[in-house]
Design a protein around this ligand. Structure first.
Ligand code: HXC
Length: 254
């Protein structure tokens, strides 16, 4: 695969590691190519039920785009076209399996945008979140402006994006930017427990549950409700559902 992205399969969990610890796992060209490949490999592997994304080293999940690669672009139009054609962050949207971000240390800029593209965020106490982009003369450009507003509301999103102020793990938990907090030293254990819990449920139910909940971010309520009924209907005669009902009735008789 690549030095900067590690993909390991541990039974039903794919662990993807951003692996440039000496550069705080900053996102360079190579990572932008290798990360979508790893995500798609995990998606294609039938043994994998859940994906966990984490950062190597003890200082950062990721400190964002690699500033050492910042350079002038040929033209605004060429840049726009290249971004549309090479939409590396869009790979997250093609993954139907749940993706959990296990976040420690700095989670800044593009690092935060990757975390936001995951389905569940677990943060270790001491983690620091922020969008330094405006201070660097740009705006979050890997989905950040859109996803952060959906995640924490317009007011808080504008505050984070316009000021660039950092947010602690505790505050991130309070405002719903992350859904679980882990003590120092127990991040991976917590993230893997969440992954195992999800992996213990029937696969198609998890796939449809993710699809239905994500639809709420992009559809009017009526369309979302229709999707929910469509997906639920497909599950009504599943072996898992019927088996659970039979077991439950058997147990109640005793
Ligand atoms: C390249 C980076 C980096 C980055 C850190 N490093 N962040 N290299 N790009 N974004 C490298 C440093 O150069 C240094 O390497 C090593 O990591 C340790 O960093 P230090 O700065 O020495 O550590 P510290 O003083 O503790 O400060 C940590 C930090 C700071 C607060 C995270 O490094 C920082 O502010 N980094 C930049 C954050 C940022 O602006 N990110 C980009 C946002 S824009 P050497 O070799 O010198 O020891 C963005 C756009 C997204 O992300 C667009 C889509 C991808």
């Amino acid at each position: 695969m690549s030095e900067v992205i590690k993909l390991e399969i541990h039974s039903q969990i794919a662990l993807i590691t951003l692996n440039r610890p000496s550069a705080m796992n900053a996102i360079n060209h190579e990572m932008r190519k290798a990360l979508p490949e790893a995500l798609l490999a995990a998606q294609a592997n039938p043994a994998v039920r859940v994906i966990v994304l984490c950062g190597a080293g003890d200082r950062a999940f990721s400190a964002g785009a690699d500033i050492k690669e910042f350079a002038p672009v040929e033209s605004q139009a060429a840049y726009r076209q290249a971004r549309l054609e090479n939409n590396w962050i869009g790979a997250f949207d093609r993954i139907t399996k749940p993706i959990i971000a296990a976040i420690h240390g700095y989670c800044l800029g593009g690092g935060l945008e990757m975390a936001l593209a995951c389905d569940i965020r677990v943060a270790q106490k001491g983690a620091v979140f922020g969008f330094p982009e405006t201070g660097n003369g740009i705006i979050p450009g890997a989905g950040g402006t859109q996803r952060i507003a959906r995640m924490i509301g317009l007011g808080r999103a504008l505050d984070m994006v316009l000021t660039g102020d950092r947010v602690t793990a505790e505050r991130a938990y309070e405002i719903g930017l992350v859904s679980r907090l882990a003590d120092v030293g127990s991040l991976m254990e917590t993230a893997l427990q969440v992954a195992e819990r999800i992996g213990s449920h029937p696969e198609t139910a998890i796939k449809f549950a993710k699809e239905a909940v994500l639809a709420s971010a992009s559809s009017p309520l009526a369309a979302g409700l229709l999707k929910e009924i469509d997906l639920l209907s497909l599950l009504m005669n599943s072996n898992e559902r019927l088996g659970i009902a039979i077991d439950f009735k058997e147990k109640s008789k005793k």
